[in-house]
Design a protein around this ligand. Structure first.
Ligand SMILES: Cc1cc2nc3c(=O)[nH]c(=O)nc-3n(C[C@H](O)[C@H](O)[C@H](O)COP(=O)(O)O)c2cc1C
Length: 186
């Protein structure tokens, strides 16, 4: 089974999560994984499964992720699609649920024929030193809401949770690869 993991990442946090998911999926013999930043993907046609990852800014997935889904939606609608979001609000069970209840439906409402088989939200990371003053101000607000320190480097990624999600995907996709025909466009 041909799998594309593609991500939109401002400062590399989502890329690192995508890389971890890719490493785990590659452990299954039947799964062949390409991992690419979203701006480097010109077609999804060769893939049976597409895993989309984006960080959240100001309550929304990054614009190039939304544009990508819009551009490739007809292809994506006929494939297995999984989506993960990375944001500071998802730093707890409650925050993850809220991200899944708020940000994910907001995205999927725009693409009613897209029915992901797996979705998840993971905690993110922020380095205050890398932000410009406007971003810092925005982030202070987000961090205050999340009860996190608004200073230095804050990493709320739960790698165990990310691994568990990737393992579930790996097993589900490997099982599908054994039993069902491929859906890549020929
Ligand atoms: C300008 C800006 C706005 C952000 N807005 C939000 C937000 O609304 N909600 C949230 O939970 N996290 C927010 N974050 C935190 C990011 O989602 C988090 O830092 C994520 O790990 C960034 O991943 P990336 O490096 O892959 O872009 C924001 C970060 C920045 C820089």
């Amino acid at each position: 089974m041909q799998i594309l993991i593609t991500y939109s990442s401002g400062f590399g946090t989502t890329r690192e999560v995508a890389e971890k998911i890719g490493q785990i999926l590659q452990q299954a013999d039947l799964l062949s994984v390409d991992l690419l930043p979203i701006d480097e993907v010109s077609t999804v046609a060769p893939y049976d499964t597409v895993i989309l990852g984006s960080s959240i800014r100001a309550g929304h997935p990054l614009a190039n992720m939304v544009d990508f889904i819009a551009l490739h939606r007809h292809h994506l609608e006929s494939k297995r699609v999984a989506i993960f979001l990375v944001c500071l609000c998802a730093n707890s069970e409650e925050g993850r649920c809220k991200a899944m209840e708020d940000q994910l439906p907001q995205l999927l409402r725009r693409f009613p024929n897209l029915h992901p088989f797996a979705v998840e939200a993971f905690g993110g990371k922020i380095d205050f030193d890398k932000l410009n003053p406007v971003m810092r101000k925005l982030m202070r607000h987000v961090l205050e809401q999340s009860g996190l320190p608004a200073d230095g480097s804050v990493d709320t990624r739960d790698w165990k949770l990310i691994e568990q999600w990737a393992l579930r995907l790996r097993d589900e996709l490997a099982s599908a690869a054994r039993t069902s025909p491929v859906t890549a466009d020929k």
